[in-house]
Design a protein around this ligand. Structure first.
Ligand code: SAH
Ligand code: SF4
Length: 361
């Protein structure tokens, strides 16, 4: 990389975060076809302006003097024997986030992306939540996670917005990132292959219903017992279950897509008979499948003064049976990436250090 192309700088704008239309405006008086060339180079994973061999040397130098391509770097890579890869990514201000490559039984590959550094929602069972909130990610920082994962493995079939943070509290930058990821001139992901998981932010769900983009939606219900949910997920105090259900019905009436209700199973906490009854009740009237996620251990997390624990095999089986008996479609999420703490709810560690400490690629 040329010395004038340091990727981690806060004063030069990162072109990776600009949707094509904005890039065209941004680069005027360059003609729009130049912006398109650059947009395609970024989508192909160019590491520096020097790679853009169909631009004149003079233009490449000018670009490098005024802009950066990327705003983040891969700081570390952790490989789990089960095929999961966790990337720690260093941001220009020294914050750290994580993106994960998941492989399922059939070898399909999924990129799991973060939308915030930390998370303001503060669910008691989640490592990210226990870190507190640092800031929203910029579009460039979201797009670059995808590019980083794709540099590890070129065939990404699906994207899940289920990493660190609450995506619907950063909808503006996420929208831009999704524009870039789905643009057929560039990365060209299909919206149907993107799933957004939310803790149940009602305003955001309504906004998605009205303005799109029409992704797949997953909602982290955890439990449909209102008092328990408020204890486990403080956001539920201002986003009540009845209002959440109405918002989801509104969303489905507009988008017509099946949604996923996620329930992380906490041993001895939300796997009682009455929890399955309440969950089934919530799911009725929605076109939904319930995805059960056995809790992944995070040291130090407690509920009502006792350490949280994983659900037992019998507990999971019993809960699944109860839901099925009530006519609910149930799927179970398999545990992946636990050795690298890359599984759901295990993403964390903030900040990772000063940008100067990172190796650039
Ligand atoms: N903030 C969004 C998306 C990121 S969390 C949301 O909450 O939906 C992604 C999923 O991981 C959520 O369904 C959440 O309930 C689950 N989760 C959080 N901590 C977990 C843990 N320790 N073990 C298993 N799943 C967890
Ligand atoms: Fe935030 Fe999701 Fe973790 Fe809750 S589960 S603290 S919303 S990242």
């Amino acid at each position: 990389m040329a010395p004038d192309e340091k990727p981690l700088t806060q004063d030069k704008p990162a072109l990776s975060g600009l949707p094509l239309e904005e890039l065209e405006k941004f680069l005027t008086p360059l003609p729009p076809f130049r912006a398109r060339q650059i947009f395609r180079w970024i989508a192909r994973g160019a590491q520096s302006f020097a790679d853009m061999t169909d631009l004149s040397l003079d233009l490449r130098e000018k670009l490098a003097a005024g802009y950066t391509l990327r705003s983040s770097v891969i700081a570390a890579r952790l490989d789990d024997p089960d095929g999961t890869v966790k990337l720690k990514i260093g941001l220009a201000d020294g914050a750290g986030i994580e993106a994960v490559l998941l492989r399922d039984g059939e070898g399909r590959q999924t990129a799991c992306l973060s939308t915030q550094a930390g998370c303001p929602v503060g669910c008691v069972f989640c490592k990210t939540g226990s870190l507190g909130f640092l800031r929203n990610l910029e579009a460039s920082e979201i797009v670059e996670q995808f590019l980083a994962i794709r540099s590890v493995s070129p065939d990404i079939a699906n994207v899940v917005i289920m990493g660190m943070g609450e995506p619907l509290l950063n909808l503006e930058e996420l929208r831009k990132a999704l524009d870039i990821l789905t643009d057929s001139e560039g990365i060209g992901l299909s919206k149907r292959r993107i799933t957004l998981s939310t803790s149940g932010i009602i305003r955001g769900i309504q906004e998605l219903a009205d303005q799109g983009p029409d992704l797949r939606l997953a909602v982290s219900l955890t439990t449909a017992d209102p008092a328990l949910r408020e204890e486990l997920m403080p956001i539920a105090r201002t986003n009540s279950l009845p209002a959440l259900k109405s918002a989801l019905q509104y969303y489905q009436a507009k988008q017509g897509r099946r949604i996923t209700l996620e329930a992380v199973l906490l041993g001895g906490v939300n796997t009682r008979k009455e929890d399955s009854a309440a969950l089934a009740d919530f799911a009725h009237g929605l076109d939904a499948v319930v995805n059960l996620i056995p809790w992944n251990p995070v040291e130090g997390l407690e509920f009502r003064g006792k350490p949280l624990r994983e659900p037992g095999a019998g507990e999971i089986a019993g809960f699944t049976r109860e839901l099925a008996r009530r006519g609910i479609k149930v799927t179970r999420r398999y545990r992946k990436g636990r050795l690298v703490a890359g599984a759901c709810g295990q993403l964390g560690e903030l900040p990772t250090g000063h940008p100067g400490e990172f190796e650039t690629s």
